[in-house]
Design a protein around this ligand. Structure first.
Ligand SMILES: [Mn+2]
Length: 360
């Protein structure tokens, strides 16, 4: 297992590589080139420069998160083949700098959604929050503007300006698509790309839908154990794998996260884990919380134990943190709370590991 932290290059992060280097036990980062328009090839020279910058700070560039999928692929348009070819070329370039894991998602139109980015918690910190009723009150075309309006001037991954411009018409497009057609488009993408992921030895790790329930009539794919089974059966290569995001899946209280991890880690299909906690006040209403089990609804001991006991050998990062100690950062991606999260998760990992060696 390798503990890493998500970092945004190009001056688009308040957190520095030097700070990340000083978090005990963290050896690398997950990063992306957010200025490359979705659908275009990521240039090798840019990737080499990014890797050099990370290495110079004493860290490894471990995971690319994310290379986003062009909407034409998700829509199944004839133009998708050009974008799939570009995606394959990007995978080839990632292999040339020895990247072994690529995180992506297959959410239509909009990426992750929250109703508030700075929700005040009792202890004086703030966190991102979701209230389904508040989301339904919003004009779907304006959600992005509202989210970006409170992002402190940072880009929000998955909320690129070009995506926002087309949001209304894209939402309308999917109203006429059945869930099975959407699955077919995902299968078409996988069957085109996974053979190259194998060839170039880059494991593909799809991120769950966030939130995992339906909004504005848009299709959902990676949102519960049945659909994850279905996804993995579309292409059975181990290179067709998962990013398990405990907070995304955990937003639906019916999801048993340790059970999901046990099943798919044992099959060698989990390559990357985002670990964070959520605290519900009711169904579909939650705040992101500190990582500790006692701070949210998820049992982090059981989650780490499920990974360790089922042979998980991939990358873990603490996911979104709260904003604490007066920090001003991109929502979810401050230094302090994620550093606390990393230390806590590494503590749980060590405890589980040592309990196992006692039993032997
Ligand atoms: Mn995540």
């Amino acid at each position: 297992m390798k503990m890493i932290i998500r970092w945004f290059p190009g001056g688009d992060d308040s957190v520095t590589l030097e700070q990340i280097r000083q978090i005990p036990g963290v050896t690398g980062v997950a990063a992306m080139l957010s200025d490359i328009p979705v659908g275009e090839i990521w240039p090798l020279e840019r990737l080499k420069a990014l890797q050099k910058e990370v290495n110079t700070a004493g860290l490894e560039l471990e995971v690319i998160e994310s290379v986003n999928i062009h909407e034409d692929i998700k829509k199944g348009l004839p133009t998708r083949d050009r974008y799939i070819d570009n995606y394959i070329k990007t995978i080839e370039n990632l292999s040339k700098i020895n990247i072994k894991c690529l995180c992506y998602n297959f959410m239509p139109v909009m990426d992750w959604v929250r109703s508030e980015l700075e929700f005040p918690l009792e202890d004086g910190s703030t966190a991102m929050a979701y209230d389904h009723n508040e989301i339904l009150k919003l004009n779907p075309a304006s959600i992005g503007k509202e989210m970006l309006g409170s992002s402190r001037g940072f880009t929000l991954p998955g909320w690129e300006p070009e995506r926002l411009k087309r949001m209304q018409e894209d939402i309308a497009f999917y109203q006429n698509m059945t869930a099975e057609q959407y699955w077919d488009n995902l299968k078409y993408f996988l069957n085109a790309v996974i053979p190259y992921a194998e060839k170039y030895d880059v494991k593909m790790a799809i991120h769950p839908d966030d939130p995992p329930f339906e909004i504005f009539g848009l299709p959902k794919v990676i949102n519960n154990i049945e659909n994850i089974r279905k996804f993995l059966s579309l292409n059975t290569s181990p290179y067709n794998g998962l990013t398990i995001c405990t907070g995304s899946l955990g937003a639906d209280l019916r999801n048993d996260i340790p059970a999901i991890i046990r099943e798919f880690a044992a099959q060698g299909r989990i390559h990357f884990a985002h670990i964070r906690n959520v605290k519900h006040t009711s169904e579909k209403v939650f705040t992101e919380s500190a990582h500790l089990s006692k701070c949210g609804d998820l049992d982090m001991y059981e989650i780490v134990k499920a990974l360790k006991e089922n042979g998980f050998n991939g990358y873990i990062r603490p996911d979104h943190g709260r904003m604490i100690w007066g920090e001003k950062a991109r929502p979810g991606y401050g230094l302090y709370d994620r550093a606390l999260g990393a230390a806590y998760l590494l503590g749980l990992w060590e405890a589980v590991e040592k309990m196992h060696s006692c039993k032997k």
